[in-house]
Design a protein. Sequence first.
Lengths: 318, 279, 436
Amino acid sequence: MEADSRWLTPPEPNKPSLPRRERLPYLLLLPAVVLELLIHIIPMLAGVGISFLGLTEFYLSNWRAAPFAGTGNYAIALNLNGATGQALLHSFTVTIGYTLLVLSLSWTFGMTAAVLTQRPFRGRGLVRTVFLIPFALPVFASVITWNFMLQQDTGAVNRVLLALHLTRSPPFWLIGPNSFFSLVIVAVWRTWPFAFLILTAGLQSIPADLYEAAALDGAGILGQVRHVTLPLLRPVNRVLLLVLFLWTFNDFTTPFTLFGSAPPTQADIISIHIYENSFVSWNFGTGSAMSVLLLLFLLLVTGVYLAVVRTSGAERRA
Amino acid sequence: MHDPAWFRWARVIGLTLLGLFALGPVYVMLTSALKPLPDVEGVFRWFPSRLTVSPFVDMWSTIPLGRYLVNSLVVSTTASVASVLVALLAAYGVSRYRFRGRQAFTITVLSTQMFPGILFLLPLFVIFVNLGQATGVNLYGSRIGLIITYMTFTLPFAIWMLAAYLDTVPRDLDDAAKVDGSGPMGAFVRVVIPAAVPGIVAVLIYAFMTAWSEMLFASVLTNDSTRTLAVGLAGYATQNQVYWNQIMAASLTVSVPVAAGFLLLQRFLVAGMTAGSVK
Amino acid sequence: MRRTKLTTMAFVATLAAAPLAACSSSSSGGGSAAHTTLTYWASNQGTSLQDDQQVLAPQIAKFTRETGIKVNVQVIPWTTLLTQITAATVSGKGPDVLNIGNTWSPSLQVTGAFVQFTPSVMSQIGGSNRFLAGSLSATGESGKPPTAVPLYSLAYGLYYNKAQFAAAGISSPPGTWAELVADGKKLTKAGHWGLAIEGGQVPENVHLAFELSEQQGGSFFDATGKPTFDTPQNVAAVRQMIDFMQADKITNPADAQYSKGTEALTDFATGKTSMVIWQAASGSLAKLGMNAADIGVAPVPLPSPMPAGGKNITSMVAGINLAVFKDTKNLSAALKFVKFMTSTPEQESLNATYGSLPTVSAAYSDPAFNTPAVSTFRSILSTTAAPMPEVPQESNFETTVGTAIIHLYADAATGKTVTSAMIAQALSQAQQQLGG
């Protein structure tokens, strides 16, 4: 059974003009295309257009009159000698580290939990629901709760650490170097249930007889995971890892709610950084330019990822 | 096949640790919801020194919580169901057919996941306003506009994920159904969808939660009567005060129907194994 | 084949129709043929959004009786108000009348979205002489007509715990910074601190920095509107703030985490600290359970001796302004509403309810505004208050300088020694982000 993502392969060339039957796929795609155009693509292009304008508070109600800034906004954003450019680069580096950590931890926790709950046992349904609860809670409330828990003198985390004698003087979690790790932990707390959800569903499509066959070959549970589960989850994992990367990289709500609008320098996530440089300072042109740069970077990463994934898939098929 | 002892131990320990991690903040929320306001920002206690249920009572009047809850339920349910339906169609097309533009479609759809929301928030609002003035259908300040927006946000991932799940449903099932006389859509509805139920449920949950928790676009596209919970909860933060205990109480309360939904749906994450149906 | 196609079309059509059928939309007000309806975006001033609706409802009813104009009131939470104003400005689709934070006035003025209160427009609402000079000063760029009229006024004061002061043998609140630090040291012991500071929040930090800078004779913008952040006076002002935590040790290092806008006040209300610098807060303190007899308020201290060029400023002019959207279709109705809200009886009633200060001098004859606390704030507002810099880049200034101070507090709290040179560099980088 082929488990590769066949829809990543190029279509057959030289198709003749389409008979009626062949219009079906286009019809199937039509609603999605219309919605995407209206809500995503066209506003996006407008946003890109704004990045070439000097759109500040002076032109907000008459934005058609905003002066053409050419690549001026991009120059400011990329000028590594200026404060803005340096701050952007720093924010970018922090965000990459944050994303990779959150991604790997969330996936690991999700995978572990999915494997551990795959075989039936009493209370499994309850356990699954418990794991999805962080996913169900309103973001604002749950992340604010983490803020309360991470307060240095009154928070639950330090109370527990002190009670367990793991530390003598309670550390700061919301400011200073630890703030980066606090953010990672809170983000993982919010993200891993989603990985768990997707992987659990993915595990269901793996037929039981494959596990039996592997067991007969002498594979223990870990061996089965390595030789049956992971290879067959590859199509799901490919999508999951990519979207986890994209969403975490673009995540605004978690850092904003945890730290407020002025995050510590060690946890200066790029989406907040751009927000502070556009909405809050009325400098939409620069903010849009930074967003476009962000978009280009993500396109690059995705392109590389897909190329790597496709070649490794092709190897396996051969 | 019974589980070896070490695995059972690993399971108990692993799941317990993960459970503590997941539920720790929930416990803090619960105790905060039962404390008088000044104590919430005070030193954390495992049990509140003074138990009070007034936050659970006051929370309904501080903001129109009932109205916001209904708005969120309507918007999230409609958006997620609609999104899954549209995505299923598109995913079926992508999974089962090779056609010109297929690659372009999947890549473009994926690239929309990279758009930072901030970048297209204002242009989207302007488009909605202009559409509203041109067609008379109010898209801003209405639930429709929010539903359409959220549908579109969740489409890319839904299409990709559903296509991946559908790919794991063997084509033999389609062919078997076609042999029985149904066209491609019939095969789709009668055979393929039931086999992909776990994936559909997972994507449905994801789409619902995305709509449920989205704040940025909701803050601009709703007004007082259409506001959703994600934005409305901020109303507990008033000019002079933030009613933390009511925020916690409200959050826990509105999560109960959602968690109940999860409890019901998680059964379907296991349904319908495809193996064995083609023999 | 045909059946398949029909099935598909049916799918698509159902999907298109479903959202439209699923729910009702609500419109934002516009004019109808018979009656004019204004849309008014009120900011949250009371104890809750519902509370604001209940406070405003009788006043609005009175207005409708007097003029026949209906008003659709939407109470907007502060977290989304500026975003919604921005969206309305860009799209041209917004309310007729709205509240704005008065420090937003210069920035919003420049967007051109609001009606300017030129003398002719002002005369339609009763003229500018009615307003307190202090309140009127924070309504737009200096030298330009107001972009909004003052509705509610607020000022900062030094709140102190009378009971704790008495217990420590301090007979009166500090009048100079030296006295404040001395009192703070007397009051600081294990688990208890002298002064609470909302060190993680932009507005609180930048307001205090502004006030202290004025006292030092400094200024964040020069006369032409160019930023001048890293002057010695500004550095001294920020230095003073950091030193409360670092050198004087009367502020809990944990205050550097206080980012939600409530923690410092709660610490004061629960007795954990003895002093806090805050806007008029008696309502909140009561809600937080503080004994009214313990609440004392005095003007923020001044340096002694006064530095050369230093001004007698103890507060920035805080408050809410009322603006009219330029794209409104009901300009005369909107102005009637503005006139109504700034009329003396409304000013007396609303400000008494909200615990803020009227912006028209005539309202002060009302006995409700003669309590000691209100008198203190009124005198602060009229004699020792200055508006935040009235330049279009005011919001940028608040964000960049406020954030810089937050980071400096974080450094001090986590053990790094913050020197004046570091402060100067931080302010200088903030200034560069303004393109200056």
